[in-house]
Structure formats: structure tokens, C-alpha cells
Design a protein around this ligand. Structure first.
Ligand code: GTP
Ligand code: MG
Length: 244
């Protein structure tokens, strides 16, 4: 029923705790029909540690190490290709995304939606402990919304659920899974151009549990701004390509 893709890079303790938490959280809402797919690009030896820890949990937990990891976007794309369940969810593996939010995403999807995503900027959402980053991200998301004429509020949340076959089909028409968090801007943009019913639920973006960040907020902002400019210019071409 549900495959959860968990991209990881040099992140060992948090992932292990998350996998166990997800296994108990998902058991009931999925009737036990779920798999957890860890797509790992570590170069600090975490892969050997995690492979050993997860081996006894196969096939429910699948560990895939990419020796030539090419970043977050392709890791998520590869995870979606490898997934075997009808639905696929994507979330960070460091507890920034609360595993307790998967059942509400699933329930909302089943009520009728094409893609359900978490938003920090709806009432009830937020970034506890990061008021400045939250405000900066809110403004940047407003800019994305205006520039691309999107109905959505959080284009960098990266916590979402959809039907796997539809994402694979979309991926075939447009290889949008590359880069870093900008893949999610592309995904929401494509979903909008295709007229998908995209539903956002409030999400609380938690503090990472362990380990170090893989990203620099300022560097990513520059990259994301470029991506938004390019999507804006290519809107008509993209719409035609997606519709074909
Ligand atoms: N497979 C893979 N996963 C990655 C890569 N870069 C980051 N990740 C994972 O993607 C998720 C998000 O990356 P983070 O470094 O936590 O970035 P962030 O959440 O913006 O930053 P923090 O708020 O500091 O945690 C985490 O689970 C990372 O382990 C990568 O190159 N490959
Ligand atoms: Mg994180």
C-alpha cells in the first residue's frame, strides 16, 4: 500500500530511530502493508553501519546505498522507481519531518487528492525553535507562489504523498528529480500545470534529532531563485510537454 522513501547522507543514528518509529506508526493505518526505502549517499561509513542494522528487517525495510550518489533530488527519484507499493511518501530522515504526520497525509489522500503535502505556513504548522528561518522561508515561499502563480503555500517542505504510478509517469515526461529541495518546487509546479488536486496539511518542521545539516540556507536560496526564474520563463513549453 505505502512505500516511504527516506533519503539519507551521513546520517546514521537518526535514521535508525526513524525507521523503527515509522514501522510502529504505519502498522495500523496501512494494515501492515508498507515498506521503508532508505536511499543512502553517505561517504562517512554510515552505509556499512546502516546496511548491517537494516539487513534483518528486509524486505519491509530496504536499504540502497548509491556509491556514486548524485544528491537529494536523484536519491528521491531513484527511491520512487524502486518502490513497490501503490502509494509513495517522501520525507527527511533526520526527524525534521514528524513521522506522526504520515497517517494524516495518507488519510487525506484517501479522502480524494492527487498529491498531499505538508505546509509550515498553514495555521497549526511552523518551525518550532527557528522563528527567523521560518519567517525567511515564509517570505521566500510567497515569492515562489506569486512568481509561478501557484495555489500552494509551502514549496520547500519536501514532505508529501502521492500515487506512485502517476509520479513515475510524470518523471518519464519530465526528469524533475535532480538538484536539492528545488525538485519539490518543480513537482508542485508540474502538478499545478497538470491540474492535479494538491492538498496541503499543516506541518510542524521539527529540529533535526542528531547529526549535521547537509545544506546551507543561503546557498540554496540563490539556487532556488534561479530555478523559479527558469520555470517562469519555460511555463508554456513545460505545460505543452506535460500535456503531450
Ligand atoms: N540520499 C541523499 N540524501 C540526502 C542528501 N543530502 C541530504 N540528504 C538527506 O535529505 C534530508 C534533508 O537534508 P538536511 O541536511 O537535513 O537538510 P535540511 O533539512 O534542509 O537542513 P536541517 O534543517 O539543518 O536539517 C536528510 O534526511 C538528509 O540526510 C544527498 O545528497 N543524498
Ligand atoms: Mg534536515
Amino acid at each position: 500500500m505505502l512505500s516511504v522513501v527516506l533519503p539519507t547522507r551521513n546520517e546514521r543514528e537518526g535514521v535508525e530511530i526513524l525507521v523503527h518509529a515509522l514501522a510502529s506508526i504505519l502498522d495500523r493505518p496501512t494494515g501492515g502493508a508498507f515498506e521503508l526505502l532508505v536511499v543512502d549517499d553517505s561517504n562517512d561509513g554510515s552505509d556499512r553501519y546502516l546496511a548491517e542494522r537494516f539487513a534483518p528487517l528486509a524486505p519491509r525495510v530496504r536499504f540502497h546505498h548509491r556509491a556514486r550518489g548524485t544528491g537529494l533530488g536523484t536519491a528521491i527519484g531513484d527511491g520512487i522507481e524502486m518502490a513497490t507499493c501503490r502509494l509513495v511518501a517522501v520525507m527527511d530522515a533526520d526527524f525534521n519531518h514528524d513521522p506522526l504526520d504520515v497517517p494524516p497525509l495518507l488519510a487525506r489522500f484517501q479522502e480524494g487528492a492527487d498529491l498531499v503535502g505538508g505546509s509550515r505556513f498553514l495555521p497549526g504548522g511552523g518551525m518550532p525553535g527557528h522563528p527567523f528561518r521560518c519567517q525567511g522561508s515564509r517570505l521566500f515561499n510567497l515569492f515562489i507562489r506569486r512568481a509561478l502563480a501557484l495555489p500552494t503555500t509551502d514549496h520547500l517542505g519536501g514532505y508529501w504523498l502521492a500515487e506512485r504510478a502517476r509520479i513515475v509517469e510524470l518523471k518519464r515526461r519530465w526528469e524533475l528529480f535532480h538538484g536539492y529541495g528545488d525538485y519539490y518546487i518543480r513537482l508542485l509546479f508540474a502538478a499545478h500545470l497538470l491540474g492535479w488536486r494538491v492538498v496541503e496539511l499543516p506541518m510542524r518542521y521539527l529540529q533535526r534529532l542528531r547529526g549535521e545539516s547537509n545544506t546551507s540556507f543561503r546557498r540554496e536560496l540563490v539556487r532556488y531563485s534561479r530555478v523559479v526564474g527558469q520555470l517562469r520563463r519555460e511555463r508554456a513549453t513545460l505545460a505543452a510537454r506535460l500535456a503531450s
